[in-house]
Design a protein around this ligand. Sequence first.
Ligand code: NAD
Ligand code: ZN
Length: 257
Amino acid sequence: MRADGREPIREASRLLAGRRNAVALTGAGISVESGIPSFRGSQGMWAKYDPMEYATLHSFMQSPRKVWNMLSEMVSVCGFAVPNAAHKGLATLEAMGVVRAVITQNVDGLHQAAGSRRVIEYHGNLDELVCVNCWKRFPTRDRWTPGDVPRCDCGEILKPNVVLFGEPIPWLAQEQAEEEARTCGVLVVIGTSAQVSPACDIPRIAKESGAAVVEINPEETSLSGNVADLHLWGSASEVIGRIIERLKEADDVTPGH
Ligand code: NAD
Ligand code: ZN
């Protein structure tokens, strides 16, 4: 359903209120309004850095200094970023008992900063560095300085504890995400182009398990018109804000709710 008027917001709100066990799946697009560029699109980081050159485990191991140039930019940008109204809106929906978990592909920590409590970090987090030799972990702020390749006490290179292309998803995050997808009533997919595998399987798993899939994105994606039952066109902050307004109005007119 193409959805850009008032009705689709009402329809999404009705689904969310009715089932009360929604899960959100978020991607880089939800953090664009916090000043963190997404990877795809004309403003995306990939316009500057070719992913196959910069974001694979192989390229990291081959040329860590070069890859750290890109990573340093992300660590700096994410370090200054603060949650926007969309992150805060999801935390509000959790507090209202509407959303029970957020599965995020993002590595910026902004859902937790906004107050979301159950956050499944599918691709890890930039807050932590891990040694490629002895697996020792360090808070990024303790070891990283701009322009340097951070090193472990054992002398080896530290890698941000994020999933690069060619690395597996942390098993617990993958288990939890798939369990949430299999058992949710509504999956709200926000700001992801759904092109990165295996995260892009989560909407399909939810759909095949009987959930309604609601997409929030200002652009068309591979989910639009097929896996997504409803596409709410617009920025994450604007659409989530309108859903919350609508749910609150509905609560006002539903006695004892
Ligand atoms: P993507 O870059 O492939 O796609 C971003 C999507 O967000 C696009 O479909 C775009 O139309 C949409 N979008 C742009 N502005 C939006 C807005 N204001 N509101 C809602 N949607 C908006 O992102 P992806 O699918 O998440 O894949 C990129 C991968 O790179 C992720 O897996 C993630 O791990 C990583 N990444 C993370 C961050 C971060 O942590 N903030 C930033 C860049 C990339
Ligand atoms: Zn080490």
